[in-house]
Design a protein around this ligand. Structure first.
Ligand SMILES: NC(=O)C1=CN([C@@H]2O[C@H](COP(=O)(O)OP(=O)(O)OC[C@H]3O[C@@H](n4cnc5c(N)ncnc54)[C@H](OP(=O)(O)O)[C@@H]3O)[C@@H](O)[C@H]2O)C=CC1
Ligand SMILES: N[C@@H](CC(=O)OP(=O)(O)O)C(=O)O
Length: 380
């Protein structure tokens, strides 16, 4: 790219975009670019930095004047402008948080601590489309990518515990509102230490059921406060949710395995499957992982590989106190740390390994891989 590339930023005031803006500011990225701020709703309004007014995010001419476009605006926006921009000959770098283009053959899923070699090959081959991965997949790969890189994974199954933020800002609000409503319903009984717990339980359940099919559960379409939802994203019609499908599809694409690999033909895809579940956490996705290893490797070697894989992964000793302190959404939220704990061989045999990991789905799950690919494109 040019010395000080012109970078169009779309979606900067949304939830993912706001986290991205903070990270770009903290990392000094704005010193390296000429930012152009766009809006889908307020063209001409005040931009968050500089004097230039907000540009119209649907104005293809202004978009085309950018060396790179970084969007966190969502898939509908991508569908509206990306194809037209390319059709008009724009060959700048398109960096996108949305899933729309992820599985396209001419797009790379970016997670450079895991797939920097694939990024470098794609860059050399003239790739221009860089897409952030699914949050659950990216956080998982930041934690246990070492095992995949070492060819140690025969298959993996995931059981996820995904935060409300994965649905968006309104979902986070709805979760908290539901919790508040439930608390208010039984506050008097809670204040009385002699009240019967089953009476509290009965009132909570009645209030939860009253929330169903009301505005109080409009975002999730089910009650999440004091409950869980074992389905995330679309129903693919074959018993699999789209979130579950992404686990295998995206992990293998990130690794350059399987038929969707970019450039060099990929090796055989690694089977990955499991269940994705929405729980009442705010913005950290957690996952219990089970691996069938390709061979029996001593536990201390596995722990060493995980711990030394990248600057953000942190091995948590498989002990109660350390787990409760470091392996929870409360501990991880707002940080780039990816703790991996509960690492142990399972009762099924020495090739079966269990682990648990947590990641902030707005940081490594969304904003950070995008910020880092922009930096790679700028600095080479
Ligand atoms: N939420 C997540 O966990 C993840 C999301 N993504 C992707 O990122 C996309 C954006 O997600 P997310 O950031 O959650 O979406 P948001 O709904 O928070 O923001 C999207 C856009 O909505 C517009 N908007 C309208 N009202 C408001 C408001 N009150 N405050 C802020 N923005 C407002 C803004 O556009 P404008 O300024 O132009 O009006 C904003 O850029 C998703 O569609 C998805 O494709 C990817 C990974 C994870
Ligand atoms: N589907 C994720 C959030 C998300 O936006 O995922 P994707 O970027 O793959 O669409 C969740 O609900 O937790």
């Amino acid at each position: 790219m040019t010395q000080t590339p012109r970078v169009g930023l779309i979606g900067w005031r949304g939830m993912v975009g706001s986290v991205l803006m903070d990270r770009m500011t903290d990392s000094g990225d704005f010193d390296l670019i000429e930012p152009v701020f766009f809006s889908t709703s307020n063209a001409g309004g005040k931009a968050p930095r500089g004097d230039a007014p907000l540009a119209d995010a649907y104005d293809l001419d202004t978009l085309k004047s950018c060396d790179a476009i970084l969007t966190c605006q969502g898939g509908d926006y991508t569908k509206k402008v990306f194809a037209d921009l390319r059709a008009q000959g724009w060959d700048g770098h398109w960096i996108d948080a949305a899933s729309t283009l992820r599985m396209e053959k001419d797009a790379l899923i970016v997670l450079d601590p895991v797939n920097r070699p694939q990024i470098d090959s794609a860059l050399a081959a003239g790739n221009r489309n860089w897409i952030g991965g699914n949050c659950t997949v990216s956080c998982m790969m930041m934690g246990v990518g070492a095992l995949f890189k070492a060819g140690l994974v025969e298959w993996m199954t995931t059981q996820t515990y995904q935060a409300a933020s994965g649905g968006g800002a309104q979902h986070m609000r709805e979760l908290l509102t539901q919790y508040g409503t439930l608390n208010a319903e039984v506050r008097d009984l809670l204040d009385d230490p002699k009240s019967a717990i089953l009476e509290i339980d009965r009132k909570v359940l009645a209030r939860q059921r009253a929330m169903l099919d009301s505005d109080e559960s409009a975002q999730f379409g089910a009650v999440l406060g004091g409950s869980l939802i074992p389905w995330i994203d679309q129903d693919l019609g074959n018993g699999v949710s789209r979130e579950e499908w992404k686990g295998m599809a995206e992990t293998n694409k990130i690794l350059g395995l399987g038929e969707d690999a970019i450039g060099v033909p990929g090796g055989e895809a690694i089977p990955i499957d499991g269940f994705c579940v929405r729980i009442g956490a705010m913005r950290c996705h957690s996952q219990a992982l089970t691996f069938k290893l390709t061979r029996d490797v001593p536990l201390d070697e596995i722990e060493g590989m995980i711990a030394s894989d990248n600057d953000w992964v942190k091995l948590v000793p498989n002990e109660k106190q350390a787990t409760m302190e470091a392996l929870t959404p409360v501990a991880v939220t707002g940080t780039l740390t990816i703790p991996v704990g509960r690492v142990r061989k399972l009762a099924m045999g020495p090739e079966y390994l269990g682990a648990f990991t947590v990641g902030d789905q707005l940081l490594w799950g969304a904003a950070e891989p995008l910020r880092r690919i922009l930096r790679i494109l700028i600095e080479g």
